[in-house]
Write a protein that binds this ligand. Structure first.
Ligand code: MG
Length: 333
């Protein structure tokens, strides 16, 4: 049955039944005119939004409806990780053709709700717009951070160590594999990183409470580009050591099979949704150990904060690497 046959009210009812109502910080969930969220004492409200447009952010040959919904939410929640905030509620606006199967839209919304739940948040409402054109999702996320504990892009100081969570380049490797193959069926490990990115919310919340962590950003546009944002807002320069970048064996294997350079994926690929942060160099080893123990995330020192401006990538022998492209710019051709 198509959405135009089910109608907006019928669709919303089916989605509402699947999502349930209130609970946790959510006093009034989906089904009323607006959601009502309880704000914990001593905490600030954190808000972010993120859009996913068919053809631009995802292709339907590559992602199932559930994965499309889940990915949009996961990408939005990564910004919470970067702020050190805990997500609490998610709103989803869906722009979809009335000729679409109602089941597709229901499964998509359910995928979004499940992704929110996986990170301690709840889908509390949204909006549907019937329209021809690419399938479009807009996710608004709300959450909390203790007053004064939010991690910002500013605050990195000369002499700080630069650290990154997880591994870099996998998502770009997954996308390159999909583009090379046209369909899924191989390179599953890296493709999974593109399809189901893991917002580092536990690590972010841990870092926000951690003495010596000074600035953070999530890597959505590529390491060099996002490190550039951190450098600019902190008024410092950043040196990244190429050999120190954490690349997964799966990323290296994909690069070899596709005859591509994994270092370029790590530097400029984007959508890793790992956390990049600056911390007191003397506390770096302790923070690495804490991240592993408390959040189960591997963190690696990949460079340092220096005087000056911009981001420089160097090899151990001192040679400078110039990335051919510097990551995602929404308005670039
Ligand atoms: Mg971000």
């Amino acid at each position: 049955m198509r959405l135009r046959d089910v109608g907006e009210v019928g669709f919303l009812r089916s989605v509402q039944e699947a999502l349930g109502g209130s609970g946790g910080a959510v006093r009034v969930g989906i089904g009323d005119d607006a959601a009502v969220i309880e704000c914990p004492a001593g905490e600030c409200l954190v808000l972010t939004c993120d859009a996913a447009v068919e053809g631009r952010h995802f292709r339907r040959e590559w992602l199932s409806p559930s994965e499309i919904g889940g990915r949009a939410v996961r990408c939005a929640l990564s910004d919470f990780a970067a702020m050190g905030a805990r997500p609490a509620a998610v709103l989803l606006t869906l722009v979809v053709s009335p000729a679409e199967e109602a089941t597709m839209a229901q499964v998509l919304v359910k995928g979004a709700a499940q992704a929110a739940e996986a990170y301690g948040a709840r889908l509390v409402g949204g909006e549907t717009v019937g329209n021809q054109g690419p399938l479009t999702l807009d996710v608004v996320a709300a959450g909390f951070v203790p007053v004064g504990r939010e991690l910002r892009r500013s605050g990195a100081g000369v002499g700080d160590a630069l650290l990154v969570s997880g591994t870099l380049g996998d998502s770009a490797a997954g996308l390159a594999a999909l583009e090379a193959m046209g369909v899924r069926g191989d390179f599953e490990a890296v493709i999974a990183r593109y399809i189901r990115p893991e917002p580092r919310t536990s690590l972010g919340a841990l870092l926000a409470e951690c003495e010596g962590v000074r600035a953070a950003i999530d890597i959505s546009d590529g390491l060099v580009r996002d490190a550039g944002h951190l450098a600019e807002q902190s008024g410092v320069g950043i040196v990244v050591l190429a050999e120190a970048l954490p690349l997964s064996p799966e990323c290296r294997a994909a690069a070899e099979r596709l005859s591509l350079d994994p270092l370029q994926w790590a530097l400029a690929g984007g959508e890793d949704f790992e956390l990049l942060f600056a911390a007191d160099a003397e506390r770096a080893a302790e923070i690495v150990e804490l991240a592993q123990r408390e959040a189960g995330v591997t963190v690696t020192v990949i460079g340092e904060v220096v005087e000056g401006r911009g981001v420089t990538v160097v090899r151990e022998d001192g040679a400078e690497i110039v990335p051919p492209s510097i990551g995602w710019d929404q308005f670039a051709d």
